[in-house]
Design a protein around this ligand. Structure first.
Ligand code: ADP
Length: 363
């Protein structure tokens, strides 16, 4: 049995039809009647209803006109409407659904079950839609607040950190001779920690910014040029590394800066996560029908199979930063960049033998 507090507004100019509806569902619902659109809107402005049963033909408006007005009038916009049509009203029904009716029923075949089902479903659907709209709005707000938070905190943190780095470095340069070994080590620790934190903030900002810059320029990006820049940027890191880059590399659609950031991360990781051997990195490509796959292969420490899912997650690190420094943001950033290019990124690896990071980019 439905709770008697479900309120229905029945808008129909035909007294016989109104009575028929009341006979069918009057015991289950609290029904208020209106014989024209004007009376209906007066009632709607004063009272709350859960659902409207609307006759298509009214003396002062058509059903679609009432639906349009309902959609624009305040408060009633989320009111579910079930349209009642006469025989042969299929086209009317289609128009009604386009204008936002939740359902329609032909008066010729009306029975209690159909009416009740249509009302319950209309209320349920509208409630669910409203809930979803609310969740979406809440989520969007939370998301934008979060981004704002990251930006503010990152910028606010940078300033004091800059002072810590500067004065710790000065202290080290000027007063190292006055410190004993322990003091000197502790000072090194302060400088290193400040450097790590600075890198973390830079990475976090880059990560957060990636969502905002929906207007990033895109064009044809020559990956040979990208890799030349990567090598130039990583000159120090690559000093004792053998790097073979296949030539020529393909040209792909995308954003040059982001693709450079992507491959710079993969190459510097390949150099960083080295084992006993001298690092050897290879960049090769594979042509597919609709895409290019770029492989960055190293002969480093490798990644155990069971940990591979973790490394693309935010802060997903497998080692302490004493052994391999880093922030754990690089591969999450790579994943985001690849997603933005509608591509894929994955890793295949044998612990102790090396890893191959592969990026599929549409042509
Ligand atoms: P970070 O390099 O700052 O630690 P990343 O997000 O780039 O962060 O990488 C996450 C983790 O994935 C690393 O900490 C490391 O454990 C693992 N990893 C990434 N690249 C390699 C690689 N080429 N070889 C072995 N492990 C890797």
């Amino acid at each position: 049995m439905n709770p008697p507090n479900v309120r229905i507004l029945l808008i129909d100019d035909d007294r016989v039809d109104r009575r028929a509806v009341r006979r069918l569902i009057g015991e289950r619902y609290d029904i208020t009647e209106a014989e024209n659109a004007r009376t209906a809107f007066e009632l709607l402005s004063r009272e709350a209803f859960d659902c409207v049963l609307l006759d298509y033909r009214l003396p002062d408006a058509t059903g679609v006109e009432v639906l349009d007005q309902l959609a624009t009038s305040n408060g009633a916009s989320s009111l579910p409407v079930v349209m009642l049509t006469g025989s042969g009203g299929e086209q009317i029904a289609v128009n009604a659904m386009k204008s936002g009716a939740a359902d329609y029923l032909s008066k010729d075949t009306l029975d209690a079950y159909l009416l009740e089902h249509a009302i319950e479903y209309a209320i349920y659907r509208k409630t669910t839609e409203d809930q979803l709209a609310r969740y979406t709005t809440d989520l969007e707000r939370a998301n934008s607040e979060m981004k704002q938070f990251v930006h503010t905190v990152s910028h606010d943190l940078k300033e004091p950190l800059w002072s810590i780095r500067l004065f710790a470095r000065r202290l080290r340069e000027k007063y190292r001779s006055h410190l004993d070994a322990e003091g000197s080590t502790q000072l090194d620790f302060i400088v290193d920690s400040a450097e790590t934190m600075s890198q973390l903030i830079t990475d976090l900002l880059a990560y957060a910014r990636l969502d905002d810059d929906s207007t990033l320029p895109t064009g044809k990006v020559d990956l040979s040029v990208v890799f030349e820049r990567v090598q130039r940027n990583l000159t120090g890191v690559l000093e004792d590394v053998d790097l073979d880059v296949e030539e020529p590399l393909p040209i792909v659609p995308g954003n040059e800066s982001l693709l450079m950031l992507l491959f710079q991360n993969l190459v510097s990781n390949g150099a960083k996560f080295r084992g006993e051997r001298r690092p050897h990195l290879e960049v090769t490509t594979e042509e597919e029908e609709k895409s290019w796959v770029i492989h960055v292969r190293d002969n480093g420490i490798g990644i155990p199979k069971e940990a591979q899912y973790k490394i693309f997650q935010l802060f997903g690190r497998l080692h302490s930063s004493d052994i391999y420094p880093g922030t754990g943001l690089g591969l999450s950033l790579c994943k985001k960049i690849v997603n933005r290019h509608k591509g894929e990124i994955w890793v295949e690896s044998v612990p102790g033998a090396g890893s191959t990071f592969s990026v599929r980019l549409p042509r």
